[in-house]
Write a protein that binds this ligand. Sequence first.
Ligand code: ZN
Length: 345
Amino acid sequence: MEENIVKCEKICKKCLIEKDYSEFNKAKGAKDKHHPWCKGCLKERNNTESAKAKRKEWKRKNKDRVNEQLKQYKKRHAEKQTIYRKKYYDKNREKILKRYKNDLIKNKDKYHQKAKIYRENNKDKTQAAWKKYYETHEEELKIKRKQKYWKDINKNREKQRVRAKRDREKRRLMKIEYRNNNREKVNATRRKYGEKNRDKFLKQYREPKRNLDARISSFMRQCLKGNKAGRRWESLVNYSLDELYQHIESQFTEGMTWEKLSQGEIVIDHILPRELFEYKYPEEEQFKICWSLKNLRPLWFENNSKKSDFLPDGRQARHLMSEEKIEYLISLGHNLIKEKELIYG
Ligand SMILES: [Zn+2]
């Protein structure tokens, strides 16, 4: 019994303590196949600064050998490593993913920058990959897009509104260009559409507010000679269709009705005649005065013809010089100093 215990123990040459064989590293060259120093003593020796420096120096000198050894070791244990790694991953999946995610968030800009540079350097590759992905995931992407759109519906509607507003001017110009380049085609389509919806339009046109809307719009277009440029008339003045409607109605005299206005017995009259004003664009002050709500009223067609472009003082607006017109408007209290300066220099 005692002999047995002695047999499986060994005295360390360094600390001289008797220890179990498992406390010694295996060593092929040794008599008893074990290192003379115990594990604790070896560890202590290897941990000294000089030992560390020595090891480092040796590794540096034998770089190729070390690398080759490492390579061989990896090769020998490749299968084991894979299994071990997989096991580790399965066991610590959540931890690893969390760490990965945190790293992504923390270094977001860095990764974005890196990805951007990669995409720029590999444009063809990236585009091809995208194309392939789109083709193979078409249905899936469609559904995803839809879901995403509806999820942020309010935000998306706001975005659309902003985009529409931004592109309004661009689209308007594009429309005009298309119309000019395809005049016959556009006219034919319009004619066809008009014929098809004739009854509907007639009915609409008899509706007083719609009628007033159409009248004022075409009147203004005629006066601006192309500079209305497809814009809604309400956007060029500081009142709405409703306000105009009420303003006109409030000035109806004995016997006046909207029906008579839509039939042309009554017209919209400019109190200061249109011939008194000289403007090209609706942004100009003279346009604003001419088309201000205050300057508009309903008038019987006959009275309007008699009135023509006569001013209250008996002069005819069309016979006045530009400066006379402006002087007259200024005398009425309108601020046209800038326009006056333009004329007198
Ligand atoms: Zn020892």
